[in-house]
Ligand binder design. Structure first.
Ligand SMILES: Nc1nc2c(ncn2[C@@H]2O[C@H](COP(=O)(O)OP(=O)(O)OP(=O)(O)O)[C@@H](O)[C@H]2O)c(=O)[nH]1
Ligand SMILES: [Mg+2]
Length: 356
């Protein structure tokens, strides 16, 4: 579940006594607030009506001439939620834990000067569109070993199976380093030729790497064949297909730094001919792409460039620790040793989730 349409309405302004010249309290404001302990499904489970209506402003009491403003109503969402209107227009974003965005302002309270009637607020709908925030996005054909690697380097607990399309929903995990750094990594469903035409799991899930800082392409060195009725893809063909699918989804995705992992190379077969051929083809990928038939619509315009290629076995662990260290290295080369984005702007205390 990565999209929800909710109804929001700030609280109406509070009433007051005209005779005393008092002022009613303003109604509650409604905010969308990012909290990393929340997931989208929880919002739906906890608030099945998906209606968030702020409380009315409080009428002045006793000697007081000023009413009290209603408490803010916070709608807690996972970090990375884009707030859109019904036409897809982006109203705002809560990218990091603690970010908040006002979605409906409470009405002003009644004052004799302003109006005899406290302001009533009109409700409206907004779409909460989750785009996961991660440092590293895992891209690969089905069955290439993405989830196996994800499990080996992070605290994620994915399903792993020998059939394609085991991962259906993106999953976020944290990679811990001995120096205290952490990086968020997202495991995705398999991407394959024709994903933009909804083949396989489609390409909709690629929105979850729009925020990633680095893309890790994972390729099974044995190639991929969906079934005996489908063509076999060599590793270089898969890389070019992934390149094309990413580009079709959004040209900007390939502006991110990319690294390549050749998986399922148990240490014994490091001299394998397929490995040597693939490494050579990766070095000459521009030339190989330039020789493809441009009319086939499978020729990328913007050819992916890998900063480093790794030869690993996610299953046996061969070279996995090395890859993990290099991920940290490349992220610090590109982005410096900035604060861990997951702990930035963190103020757990102020984010205690109240029970409504
Ligand atoms: N021999 C070998 N098998 C591996 C290796 N890594 C993964 N596998 C196997 O490959 C199969 C697919 O692994 P997954 O991790 O589920 O692959 P995936 O890319 O997440 O697949 P989808 O979720 O379907 O896209 C499983 O049977 C794994 O055990 C490896 O390094 N060597
Ligand atoms: Mg998987």
């Amino acid at each position: 579940m990565d999209k929800l349409r909710i109804y929001v309405k700030g609280g109406d302004g509070g009433g007051a006594s005209l005779a005393q010249g008092s002022v009613g309290g303003a109604g509650s404001d409604v905010f969308v607030v990012a909290n990393k302990t929340v997931d989208m499904a929880e919002i739906y489970t906890d608030f099945p009506t998906l209606k968030f209506v702020g409380g009315e402003g409080i009428r002045p009491y006793g000697e007081d001439l000023r009413g009290i403003k209603g408490n803010d109503l916070n709608v807690y969402v996972p970090p990375g939620v884009i707030i859109e209107d019904d036409y897809g227009y982006v109203l705002g974003e809560v990218a990091r834990h603690g970010d908040r965005f006002l979605v409906s302002r409470g009405g002003q309270g009644w004052t004799a000067a302003r109006s005899r009637v406290a302001q009533q607020v009109e409700g409206h709908h907004v779409i909460l569109n989750l785009k996961t925030v991660s440092d590293i996005g895992l891209i690969g054909f089905p069955n290439s070993g993405k989830s196996t690697l994800f499990k080996a380097i992070s605290d994620g607990m994915p399903k792993i199976d020998s059939h394609p399309f085991t991962t259906i929903f993106p999953e976020l995990g944290t990679i811990d380093y001995s120096d205290g750094h952490t990086h968020a990594v997202v495991d995705l469903p398999g991407l394959m030729k024709g994903a933009d035409e909804r083949i396989g799991c489609g390409d909709h899930f690629l929105k979850h790497i729009e925020n990633s800082k680095l893309l890790l392409f994972l390729v099974d060195l044995h190639g991929f064949q969906l079934s005996s009725n489908h063509p076999h893809h060599s590793p270089i063909q898969m890389i070019i297909e992934l390149n094309k699918e990413l580009e079709k989804y959004s040209e900007n995705l390939l502006d991110k730094p990319c690294l390549l992992v050749l998986n399922k190379t148990e240490s014994g077969d490091a001299q394998d001919q397929v490995l040597l051929t693939t490494q050579e083809q990766v070095q000459n990928i521009e030339k190989i792409v330039s020789e493809l038939d441009p009319f086939l619509d499978r020729t990328p315009n913007n050819v992916v460039k890998f900063d480093e290629t790794f030869v690993i076995s996610a299953k046996s662990g061969y070279n996995v620790d090395y890859l993990k260290e290099r991920l940290h290295h490349w992220l610090s080369i590109y982005y410096g040793n900035e604060e861990d984005p997951q702990t930035d702007n963190e103020d757990e205390q102020s984010l205690d989730i109240p029970v409504f």
